[in-house]
Write a protein that binds this ligand. Structure first.
Ligand SMILES: [Mn+2]
Length: 336
């Protein structure tokens, strides 16, 4: 019997370099990108649990507080919104490949973050890497998938709490293994986490099934105001402070709205715009079906992400940003 060569791991040299940085450090800050999602939070907390078990002092941090839906994550109460006195030997930057993606955390600690040793682990195709050691693999469905590989290859401990955090990353970045980014390796990583005691129900229930009524009303409002063009191949909608007020919802409840729009029959490009009135910046999240590439389109708009899901922040009010992007997308569809 011949065995299939295993090529699906992280380059062993990179694992060695990453572990050398970790072994040399005692106090480690683990940072998640701004506007946190299940993958960056699950990755930061999951890795903090693993490194805590090998005697490291770990401080998880994110510019923004974790959305309430993630309150089931073990250790989420330890998440800091600043790096305090900057007394860290190592920073592990997760689920983004540019320091600017860490938002206020970067703005507040710019000097520190440009001088400290950084280990960067990410899976975004647009990432250039912001660390001394960069583990960037766009074929990974989630940063959490790379952390499972790191755990396996480096022989790090994996207890139930860490496993639940990492499984949250896998589940949310694949929409429960439904997206095309799901590979055999993703499922293998999930199997490792289930064997370590992670219970999928603990993730699926708060994230996909039980929602506050105001969130569903918010979603209905966004669907009601959706517009289409290009024979229904393009769909977009938006939310403002007024939308929130009308539904009684909060801004953090808008997760995956572009995904909901993308699921409308016939849609190939879906965009959700939001500007809750605190600044002149309009954020958009985009979902594309092949052959359209959301990462490419959003990079042209100053953002980035994945081929099927990406986003950008535009320094214009909603009334200017939305027609500008919609016009560009009509060109993209008509110009093929
Ligand atoms: Mn991710």
């Amino acid at each position: 019997m011949t065995s299939t060569p295993r090529t699906q791991h992280i380059d062993p040299t990179l694992v060695q370099q990453a572990m050398a940085l970790i072994e040399a450090a005692q106090r480690i800050a683990l940072i998640a990108h701004e506007g946190p999602d299940g993958d960056c939070l699950g990755s930061v907390l999951g890795l903090a649990h693993m490194l805590g078990q090998v005697g490291k002092t770990c401080v998880p941090a994110c510019a923004d507080a974790a959305p309430r839906v993630f309150s089931f994550l073990p250790g989420v109460e330890l998440l800091q919104q600043t790096l305090g006195d900057e007394h860290f030997d190592l920073v592990i930057a997760l689920d983004a490949g540019e320091l600017t993606r860490f938002g206020q955390l970067y703005q507040q600690h710019r000097e520190f973050l440009t001088s400290v040793a950084i280990l960067n682990i990410d899976h975004h195709i647009s990432s250039r890497g912001c660390g001394r050691v960069n583990i960037i693999d766009p074929t990974a469905a989630a940063t959490a998938e790379l952390l499972v590989l790191l755990q396996q290859q480096a022989g790090l401990p994996l207890h139930q709490d860490a496993a639940l955090c990492l499984l949250t990353g896998l589940v949310t970045d694949t929409l429960s293994f439904q997206f095309t980014n799901t590979t055999a390796r993703t499922m293998e990583a999930a199997a490792v986490l289930l064997r370590a005691g992670a219970v999928p129900e603990k993730i699926a229930k708060p994230i996909y099934r039980t929602h506050p009524l105001v969130r569903m009303r918010f979603q209905a409002e966004v669907i009601n105001t959706a517009q289409t063009d290009c024979d229904g191949r393009l769909i977009w909608s938006y939310a403002t402070a007024e939308t929130l007020a009308k539904a009684g919802a909060t801004a953090e409840m808008d997760d995956n709205f572009s995904g909901i729009l993308r699921d409308v029959e016939g849609v190939q490009i879906a965009v959700f715009f939001k500007n809750y009135g605190e600044s002149a910046i309009t954020d958009l999240s985009m979902r594309c079906a092949a052959p359209y590439n959301a990462a490419e389109i959003c990079m042209r708009l100053g953002g980035g992400g994945h081929a099927r899901a990406a986003g950008a922040s535009i320094h214009k009010p909603l009334a200017e940003a939305m027609p500008m992007v919609v016009a560009e997308l009509k060109q993209v569809i008509k110009g093929e």
